[in-house]
Design a protein around this ligand. Structure first.
Ligand code: ZN
Length: 320
């Protein structure tokens, strides 16, 4: 039996509706002999597999009084040397095919996840309504901040063209809780993404979750692909830096991201509630490496224009 025949047989189930059923008159089941199958390698007769003869069960086949025998036609594998070799290769190829199919599915899923992170419409959905127009500055500091961000967004492409003096310069929006800096950062990111610039925008908690997810068992997004996404997007927005305390490992990865963006002159857009000293403490989080935390803050500050959004509570001022 060659592979094609074997596969064909394996697809066939012992079913009373298929040709694998032999009807017989009552009491004559013992006279039935299934067709003889021999090993194609050594010629040995292979016992028929799954032979079932139950007169009562099949006694009512098609409304007749006859009984029947049905069997699965695939013979058990012969254990002669040649057959063993054949089936070993066969199983290996099958396994490889399944593995290839699995990898292909994973790659597709990964691509979908990556593109969803870079998807313009996703970002527009997340930040729906958070435009410059819907901002209602109530303090002078915030009004100045809005003007600066508007200018930055409008000139983003020009600023970051090859050889430009300000290439790689990002924005660091610092201000108290509720000062409106998340809305302002979102409006900035939206205005930039609308110019077809690839932007990745994540809250710090999501950023760490995504990094952590890459080393979970069976991760769909490998670390390299995520790092590539985080370092190669034209703008990376991290909202609420310091709110979430990273683990030692995610802190290292955050440093990698920032360091690589710095080297490649790729800007970041950061919002943060904390002073530098507080931010370093939050990043260390009791477990992280202090030097790494300090390096992250110093590098971010070095590659950004710092914009003070003020410390007044924006939300309680009626801007909802
Ligand atoms: Zn054999």
């Amino acid at each position: 039996m060659n592979r094609h025949d074997y596969e064909k047989m394996m697809r066939e189930e012992p079913d009373i509706r298929t040709s694998n059923v032999r009807l017989f008159e009552e009491g004559t089941a013992n006279e039935f002999t299934p067709p003889i199958v021999t090993c194609e390698h050594c010629g040995a007769v292979l016992p028929t597999y799954g032979l079932i003869g139950i007169e009562d069960l099949v006694g009512s086949i098609a409304g007749t009084d006859r009984g029947g025998i049905f069997w699965r036609p695939a013979p058990i594998r012969c254990n002669c040397e040649k057959a063993v070799r054949f089936w070993t290769t066969y199983d290996m190829l099958q396994k490889r095919q399944r593995e290839d199919a699995r990898l292909k599915r994973e790659m597709q899923l990964r691509d979908e996840r990556l593109s969803s992170m870079l998807d313009r419409s996703e970002l527009q959905k997340t930040f729906a309504g958070k435009t410059f127009e819907s901002l209602k500055p109530t303090t002078e500091a915030f009004e100045i901040a809005v003007t600066k961000c508007r200018w930055y967004a409008a000139n983003f492409v020009k600023l970051h063209t090859e050889g430009g003096r300000y290439r790689g310069t990002g924005l660091y929006l610092a201000g108290g809780v509720g000062s409106g800096k998340t809305h302002l950062a979102a409006a900035t990111a939206l205005a930039i993404v609308e110019q077809s610039v690839p932007v990745v925008a994540l809250r710090s908690v999501e950023l760490y979750q995504r990094i952590r997810a890459t080393y979970e068992r069976g991760a769909l997004l490998d670390e390299m692909a995520l790092m590539q996404m985080l370092t190669e997007s034209d703008l990376l927005m991290i909202d609420d830096l310091g709110k979430e305390r990273p683990t030692d490992w995610t802190l290292e990865k955050l440093f990698d991201v920032i360091d690589r963006r710095y080297a490649e002159k790729k800007p970041v857009l950061i919002t943060c509630n904390y002073t530098d000293t507080e931010l370093i403490e939050r990043l260390v989080g009791g477990r992280g490496d202090r030097k790494t935390a300090e390096a992250i803050v110093s590098r971010i500050k070095g590659m950004c224009n710092v914009i003070d959004t003020g410390s007044l509570d924006y939300r309680t001022r009626g801007a909802a």
